[in-house]
Write a protein that binds this ligand. Sequence first.
Ligand SMILES: [Zn+2]
Length: 448
Amino acid sequence: MPGSTVTFHGGVREIGGNKLLIEDGPDRVLFDFGPSFAPRYKEFYLNFLRPRPTNPVEDLLEFDLIPRIPGLYSREALHGSDLPYEAPRIHAVFLTHAHFDHAGYLEHIDPEIPVYLGPDTKTLLDTIESSGTVRYGTHPWTLLTPGSPVRIGNIEVRPHPVDHSIPGAYGYVVHTSSGTLAYTGDFRQHGPRAELTERFLAAAAEDAPAAFVTEGTRVGPDPRRNFSEGTVRSEVDRVLQGSPDLVLGTCYPRDIDRIVTLYEAARDADRAFVVSLKTAFLLTSVAGRPGFPRVPVPGHTPDLYVYGRPKRRYYKWEEPFLDAALDADYVRTHGRRLFLMLEMMHFPELIDLRPPKDSPFIYSMSEPFSEEDLEAEVLQNWLEHFQLRKHSLHASGHCSAPELVSIAQHLRPAQTFPIHTDHPDDFHPKGTTVVSPEKGVAYPIGGT
Ligand SMILES: [Zn+2]
């Protein structure tokens, strides 16, 4: 019998869209199943020009934007496509974390295929579904326990929590009949849960993987500064203390560790922290769960408020926050006591908020990778129009390239596969053969 293989159906020369298929004889397991957005997706689909919800697989297969894997998709998702429905031939899907580029196509997977994921990831997926339009479908969900192996035929998967810019992320060490593979998912060494990443790497080193599949987001040109969460906190403190009036900010809505950092900075600077309705719902949904310590809860935690931006109609999940919500008038008159979070899509609120000239805007998310980033340009236009001062204060969710080099050199796998990167050819650790994978090619694990 030939040995086991790994095939990369996404995450190849692109940041996101990871889809790894590990096969060992008859056993077939997928790791992550997220949409590929760049660059090919954007050649055909843009903003509201999207695959039809009635024919999703057909519309994605047309441009080779989803893999042609028999026995993977649901009958419903295959509607209209030339890929015939088959009973499941994939035995399990393992998710690393709840970001869209890893979990976003779960909805299309046959509802009989079990999905394994960390408990915090499940909590986040449920919350995202309840307050948005993304759907993940129904599946037999199995919650993982850190370090406890799951056996799928010949394949044994050991889940290990790692630190990333969303709580509950996992890396995996996968034992197959011809060798061991370690898969990082998305991870970092400088975040508030860095010790998780260290433990994952120690466990991976113990099992001496033959293949190392690593994310490489920051390989190649890297505009990101390697701030730690602690540095973000002290820099935010400085901005809050030096500002006589309103302070504005933005961060990834699900970067809960960052929300905690910013809330605590506001509280210690004697300011109330003001979040969007969606963030309020997210915080309320995860509060009290073991994976989400120190999470501030609207209505319970002091100095935490919700901004109730005007809408024609509110969703049911927004309603509980409306009575106590602040409006633009309040923010305008109490600015010096507030630190208000405002997502870019809600920027028209600035027209009513009228922040005083030179008010700080704390941009607590990653800088765009390309200089022609349209969103960055629009953001800049708004900041300039309202004469806001931008402070970029962010700890990236990803390891820096030098960190990845030293990790690969420490693990010394026979082969290293950089994925989730635009620049796999720029990754040069010593003592391991770097294979820049091609999409759809089955690579033997253990090098046979
Ligand atoms: Zn990712």
